[in-house]
Design a protein around this ligand. Structure first.
Ligand code: PA5
Length: 401
């Protein structure tokens, strides 16, 4: 369950009358999500059909039995969310089989060289993920990996070791998959990359990693009625933004949520950062970053507000000398840091989950997806495009034959 505290460390900065300005617009937006053109965001079927989910769960067993490495190729929304949830819900010291390796997130030859060396004597199944089917980094990674796979496996074996997740009808990858008869999963037409964590983009790698994706989807479903909360959070962000709080720090108190903040940064930056508008998302993993960014948040330029994600229940470790559980101390730290930063005029939204598990992570994912879209609508930018991402690609491509 998610609990929201948008009051304790916020009401000094965001007054009732500040929020009232948004009443009309908020009503319109809510109506679009409940009965209008955006209602599909509150239907599980929009992310994955029942049939596709069964296929995904069945193929998970095949993958787990037939490879040592599940190689996921993709960038941006095509990898970030699944990596975030796998890290959030797995123990880093459990040597799981298959191992999940992500490739295609940069152009560093060192990473490719070392990964290919590591894969030399491993059984590999590849999942290439791209909605457009023509993203530069993904295309390069996939073609390099295919050279290796073709040397490793005969054609008829290879066919069963490539899984393509892409647009249901269009694009180079769909065309290739049809031609080679690869197993495919579809990314629904109206769900863009950064919103696709609850589609086969995120669900297949998570499922292979042992995450119970049915529970994650149930959690997401339980967030469907949280549209009021998503709107309230989006309004608070916008009021703060208009009071020159132009940077939002996503703050966590557990290292395993560090990649989740990367996903949040992508979600909010690409959804809202356009037309010269938007809040710059940054992240803090505390208490580590209290010894770096913490100084700025306490005493630096007052352009930052925080959105803190806390976990109520965690493992029991007693700190006998203080007669307290370590997790209670972590929770106290969250509260006292918010208080300290409030004293320094840096406000905090506090969002807590009872426990970190599939259900609560599903709820958080869907809540933030909705909020990012609502926030974009409030500032009149198109939530669903990312034209700014094209410019660097165009310049790189101009150097290629
Ligand atoms: O949110 C988005 O649309 C982007 O971050 C994409 O996910 C990213 O650019 C990768 O695109 P594609 O899945 O088409 O390869």
């Amino acid at each position: 369950m998610i609990n929201f505290d948008f009051h304790k460390y916020i009401s000094k900065y965001v007054k009732k009358e500040d929020k009232e300005v948004y009443l009309e617009k908020a009503k319109e937006i809510k109506e679009r999500f409940i009965h209008g053109d955006l209602a599909y965001w509150n239907e599980l079927n929009s992310f994955i059909s029942k049939k596709e989910l069964i296929k995904l769960i069945n193929i998970t067993d095949y993958i787990r039995e037939n490879c040592e490495v599940f190689l996921v190729i993709g960038i941006g929304g095509s990898y970030m969310g699944s990596k975030a949830i796998i890290e959030a819900l797995s123990c880093p010291y459990d040597k799981k089989s298959p191992e999940i390796i992500f490739l295609g997130t940069n152009l560093s030859s060192e990473e490719y060289y070392e990964t290919f060396k590591y894969l030399r004597d491993k059984e590999v199944i590849v999942n290439v993920i791209s909605k457009s089917g023509n993203t530069l980094e993904t295309s390069i990674a996939f073609s390099l990996v295919m050279d290796i796979m073709k040397k490793k496996y005969e054609k008829d074996v290879l066919k069963n070791r490539i899984i393509v997740t892409t647009d249901p009808l269009d694009g180079n990858l769909r065309e290739l998959a049809n031609k080679e008869d690869y197993v495919t999963f579809s990314i629904p037409k109206n769900i863009g990359g950064r919103f696709s964590l609850l589609t086969p983009v995120g669900l297949l790698p998570m499922s292979v990693a042992g995450i119970n994706v049915a529970k994650l989807l149930e959690g997401a479903k339980d967030s469907f009625d949280k549209i009021d909360r998503a709107i309230e959070y989006a309004i608070i962000r916008d009021v703060l933004y208009n009071k020159n709080k132009i940077v939002e720090a996503f703050v966590v108190y557990n290292n395993k949520l560090s990649y989740f903040t990367e996903w949040l940064k992508q979600l909010f930056a690409e959804t809202q950062g356009k037309d010269g508008k938007g809040i710059l998302p940054i992240s803090c993993v505390n208490t580590r970053d209290l010894h770096s960014l913490g100084q700025f948040l306490q005493e630096g330029n007052k352009i930052v507000f925080e959105t803190v994600i806390g976990i109520e229940k965690d493992f029991k470790i007693s700190l006998d000398q203080y007669d307290i559980e370590l997790n209670s101390l972590n929770r106290i730290a969250l509260d006292k840091v918010a208080l300290a930063h409030d004293n320094g005029n840096t406000p905090s939204n506090i969002i807590t989950i009872d426990e970190k598990n599939e259900h609560s992570m599903g709820e958080l994912i869907h809540f933030f997806i909705l909020s990012s879209i609502v926030g974009a609508l409030l500032i009149d930018v198109n939530p669903f495009n990312q034209p700014g991402v094209e410019e660097y690609k165009r310049l790189i491509k101009s150097e290629l034959k």
